[in-house]
Every structure is written in C-alpha cells, then in structure tokens.
Design a protein around this ligand. Sequence first.
Ligand code: NDP
Length: 322
Amino acid sequence: MQAIQFEQIGGPEVLKVVEVAKPAVGPGQLLVRNRFAGVNFIDTYFRSGVYPVTLPSSLGQEASGEVVEVGAGVEGFTAGDAVVYLGSSNTYAQYSLADATKAIKINTSVIPLDIAAAAFLQGLTALSLVTRSYAVKQGDWVLVQAGAGGTGRLLVQLAKHYGANVIATVSNEEKAAVARKAGADHIILYTQESVPESVKKIVEEGVHVVYDGVGQSTFDGSIQSLRRLGSMVSFGNASGTVPPVKLFDLTPKNLTLLRPSLYGYLVTEEERHRHLNELVELLAAKKLDIQVFKTYDLADAAQAHIDLQGRKTTGKLLLRID
Ligand code: NDP
C-alpha cells in the first residue's frame, strides 16, 4: 500500500510517498481502508522535531474510511462499516490500524466521510476544551486565538453554542470574515492590534477564558486579557512552544492555567464514549458548520504542511486517499 513517511526530521520536503506492507490487524484493532485523512498542526510538530518520533516515521492522527477487518475481541464493528477514528501517527496511508475504542461508526448519508474526517480530532479537541478545561457558561466572555483556524472555528462555534460572547483573533481581513461567519461577535486583528488593549475596549474587566493554540507569540497577551479568576487554556504551539511560565504572573488576578491535551480527556471508556458520541450527535444535528479549506491528494501532503504552517489556510485541510 502507499503511505507517507519521513526518514529524517525537517521541513515539508522530508515527506515522501513510500510503498509499505499493509498492516496486520491485532486484538482490539480495526483495519481501515482510509478515504480521507485530516491534516493537523500536530503532524508538523512530529515532522519538524518539536515532538519526539522514532525514524522512519509515518504521520496522521485521524481518518475516515471503511472497516476491512475486525481484530479479536472487538465488538460492535463489522467489515464494510463506515468509520472515523483517531490514529496514532499512521493515517496518511491507504490502510491503517485503528484502536477500536477510538473509532465510531457513522451513517454516511448523514455525515459524509470527508466531513467526518474534517471534524473529528479538532471537533473533539474543541468540545473537550469548552466543556472540561473551562466549562463555558451562558454570558461568559471567551477569547479564541486564531479563530479562523481548524480548531479555532470550532471553538468559536461551540462557545457560541454554550451561550458565550466570543472574541476571535485572526491575522487578516479574509480570516476575520471566516471567524465572523463561524459566530464570533468581535474580531481582533492580532497582527495589527494589541490583543489585551482591544479586549479591554470590548469588555473592560477582561475575558473569563482564553483558548490559545498559537502559543509563544500570544501567551503574554492572553494572560493580560483575562479578568480576575480567569482561565488560561494553552493548548498548542503554532507559533512556537511557550517558554517556562513565572507562576507569580498568575497571582495578581488569581488565574488558573491549563495545558491540556485531547488524549488526556479520552482515557477512560466513559470519556471516549461520551465525547465521541457527543461530537457525532452535534454533526448529525448540523449544529457544527465544517469548512474544508482544501482537499489534497495523499502525495501532496507536503504542500498541505506548507500551506498550514504558512498561515495560508482557514478551517480544515484534508488528504484524499484513492
Ligand atoms: P490551524 O488551522 O489553527 O492553523 C494554525 C493557525 O495558527 C494559523 O492558521 C494561524 O492563523 C495561526 N498562527 C499564528 N501564528 C502562527 C505561526 N507563527 N505559524 C503558523 N500559524 C500561526 O491549526 P490546527 O487547528 O490544526 O491547530 C491549532 C492549534 O491547536 C495548534 O497549536 C495545535 O497544536 C493545537 N491543537 C492541540 C490539541 C491538543 O490536544 N492540545 C489538539 C488539536 C490542536 P492566523 O493566520 O489567523 O494567525
């Protein structure tokens, strides 16, 4: 089968199409013929060495497709089922092994395979951030950094869904329109304005929570934008990793600081069942608008990374797998 792999850490150019053996299904697993794989910023961290990998390495944290084989001990799935699942750096490929506990069946006449792959990892992330890292309540003020991005657009929509007033930051006017369409009440062009100053003009006391996946370049402004007792949810490093934090910086406003990972919210069976089903129900009820920026061929994964890291995209990037 064809898969994307890299033999050395580096830029997008290290990604190559290779011929590898189709994996053999083991207990608790599904063998899936992938149709769409999601491209996520975390893929670029593995490729570029921000997060550790063993070389040669494959990539990809999510995909949708059809079950081909069901491993021993797996219940509730049969060959031919349409599924979407979280992978383990292995979904940029024609076939992947999926942990059955991180897969869910979908009715493709309600949720097409491309939408399922586009919504899965970022949707689960946004859902766990707004319900568990800080549970957004009616009337809260929420700041979403990079509000036109894949995860950002979903955070904006879900924060609105739970009744919040949402401020989104974006780098340009085109992205401002995307964030506004997702439901943001206020936009800050963080390439031109000071985020804390603009937040203060919108809501004098500051916001209840900041969801910040940008990291290094926005961290200080996020902290300054919070009100007393606010929550700083730092969940990513698109601009670089956040340097060590001085704990006393949290003291003047008695702030809460979190650095969550989606996977840390999907540890127990109850958590996986709840969040996966919650997301699929939101999608089936058309409560989330999923925007696919572009669908690239598997062989063009490097270009998808160039576009994502080049801040050229809004919403979701997908790989089509023939
Ligand atoms: P996005 O689609 O949001 O793309 C990243 C966006 O970040 C860009 O479009 C850009 O928007 C903004 N950005 C700001 N500064 C930079 C920079 N220097 N370089 C590149 N982009 C920059 O990506 P994802 O939705 O896939 O991921 C967003 C963040 O969420 C990432 O940090 C990712 O690691 C994190 N994440 C964390 C998870 C977790 O479990 N903790 C799970 C999923 C995602 P603009 O042009 O408007 O500035």
